[in-house]
Design a protein. Structure first.
Length: 555
């Protein structure tokens, strides 16, 4: 998401202290709340030492959040062209229903607070918004006309419930005019401070790893299996296979009728923009792609370089029509449901130092309650922060036939993070993710994946790098099945005292502990079949039909 320079003033009963004055991220940040000095070793549990200087003695705190720590993102811009604001500017949403502004607040325990917005509305009518906290609608916030755009009034919502830990606060426009301009959010309540306000890596501080490193069948028969191999048949299949079909020349083929496998098949399934190609939109430029991804569409992307960010809305399918579709930037699925992205490559913008990279964008980010998301045959490389991070209540996600890697050396090469920190308790019961027939390749140093809270199924995956593999953290369970590890001497599973459990089944390769188990794991709720581990490397790395942007689209 977009970045903004930010500050936060916390005025508390009994005194005033400055919290989190260092530069932050309006969306993607690698730091835990309140300047943690974490020494994460990707071993499943963080050893954070929180250095928050909040001196609250139990009285109510008053947080004034402007473009600073606690301010996460705006579906629009930070502007300064109307007088009367404080700080560096005000949040101005683009004019559309559903556009939103997001904040994050950390609560030491479950509590109720009062939220107040300083706003200006020089339009012709009220610009109300729905208040959504941790995915739950807590009422309508009215923002009547103030007379002009430089007259600022206050509107508030009382008795807003917060959970212990991180809380997502989102104000969503309910009219086509978007929201009023928002100067600040004031939060009044006990035991509160600015949240980490990230969409990506909250894993605090620098990992201390010492390693150097990081389908749906479209045939047309009437069989009922769920095979995961690469076949070349041309009959009519009506089931949800997770294999990759190939044409007579061995080229991977995908079709609009392919059905999402894995966790994305649950919760009613993931259908994106549907299967009616009569209304499909073909695009050749980034501006066309961004416009077409506004929701409810099937978008066919012709080969070419697309420079910028892509934020698909709910009920959207985006398919690259052939190899050679490259987005230079990032994809963010934030708070949107039922999204399909297939046969595309994503390359993050270059970064150099650890801090520069961790404060950058993920190559792909999925979070803020996004559900039923399927990424298939997507090549994700050089994400500034992570390559493919899934956090903050995201659920029912499948990454099939995806490749994760880096094309150049840099300090921060942490590929796949699940949940940003141990305090992301809002993600309990969520973050259910399948990684299948996917490849972690060159220069990945850790997080293949590393996570917390979720139920993770690794099926027929291939890892060939020198990095740390699975960090199974707080309340997370992971099943790795028929995978291949060419990661000599590294442990496949790194657990912690609060790990739920992990299990290795039928895995092969040069890593250690490939088929170990510990604790308890979940029962996989969807049907599938696994190819033998001995076939995984050849299938996943095939340049014509393997992981990544290798396919052609056939209507």
């Amino acid at each position: 998401m977009e970045k903004s320079r930010m500050f936060l003033i916390a005025a508390m009963l009994g005194g005033i202290s400055i919290v989190g004055c260092d530069a932050g991220s309006g969306g993607i940040d690698d730091s835990d709340v309140s300047a943690d000095s974490d020494t994460d070793t990707d071993a499943g549990t963080d050893t954070d030492t929180d250095t928050n200087t909040d001196t609250d003695r139990g009285g109510d705190a008053v947080l004034v959040i402007e473009e600073a720590d606690g301010f996460c993102a705006v579906d629009g811009s930070i502007d300064n062209d109307h007088a009367g604001f404080s700080g560096d500017g005000f949040a101005n949403t683009d004019n559309a229903t559903g556009n939103a502004i997001e904040w994050s607040v950390l609560a030491s325990s479950a509590t109720t607070v009062t939220l107040a917005w300083d706003y200006a509305n020089g339009g012709a009518g009220s610009r109300p918004g729905d208040l959504v906290v941790n995915g739950s609608n807590q009422g309508r916030v009215d923002m009547p006309v103030t007379g002009d755009w430089f007259t600022w009034n206050t509107t508030q919502q009382s008795a807003v419930s917060l959970e212990a830990g991180e809380n997502d606060i989102r104000l969503e426009a309910t009219t086509a005019d978007g929201l009023a301009n928002i100067n600040s959010l004031t939060v009044s309540g006990a035991g509160i401070s600015a949240g980490s306000c990230v969409t990506g890596d909250v894993d605090t501080g620098i990992d201390t790893d010492t390693d150097t490193d990081t389908h749906t069948d479209t045939d047309t028969d009437t069989d009922t299996d769920t095979d995961t191999d690469t076949d070349t048949d041309t009959d009519t299949d009506t089931v949800t296979d997770s294999d990759t079909d190939t044409d007579s020349e061995g080229q991977c083929v995908i079709r609009i009728t392919d059905v999402a496998p894995g966790w994305a098949s649950m919760n009613g399934g993931t259908t994106g923009g549907g299967t009616d190609l009569n209304s499909a939109i073909t695009v050749t430029t980034m501006s066309e792609l961004q416009s077409a991804a506004s929701g409810g569409n099937i978008v066919l992307v012709e080969p070419g370089i697309y420079d910028g960010s892509l934020k698909p809305e709910s009920n959207t399918t985006i398919i690259g029509t052939a190899p050679g579709v490259l987005i230079e930037g990032y994809i963010s699925v934030s708070g949107e449901d039922n999204v399909i992205i297939r046969n595309i490559a994503v390359k993050g913008d270059p970064c150099s130092t650890y801090d520069e990279c961790k404060d950058g964008s993920d190559g792909v980010y999925i979070g803020h309650g996004a559900e039923n998301v399927w990424f298939d045959h997507v090549d994700v490389m050089d994400g500034q922060d992570g390559n493919f991070d899934v956090t903050r209540r995201a659920n029912f996600v499948t990454a099939s036939w995806c490749k994760f890697h880096y094309t150049y050396d840099k300090e921060h090469r942490y590929s796949n993070l699940i949940a940003g920190g141990d305090n992301e308790t809002q993600s309990r019961g969520k973050l259910n993710i399948t990684y299948m027939q996917s490849w972690w390749g060159e220069r990945v140093s850790s997080r293949q994946p590393r996570g917390r809270f979720g139920k993770i199924h690794m099926l027929n995956c291939y890892h060939n790098n020198d990095g740390n593999l699975y960090g199974v953290g707080k309340e997370m369970s992971l099943i790795a099945e028929n995978c291949h590890y060419e990661v000599p001497g590294n442990d496949v599973f790194r657990g912690g005292e609060d790990t739920t459990g992990f299990q290795g089944i039928g895995n092969i390769g040069s890593a250690d502990g490939m088929n170990d188990s510990e604790g308890t794991v979940f029962t996989i709720p969807y049907s599938y079949s696994a190819m033998p581990a001995s076939e995984v490397e050849a299938a996943v790395t095939d340049p014509d039909s393997g992981a990544g942007n290798t396919c052609i689209f056939q209507p």
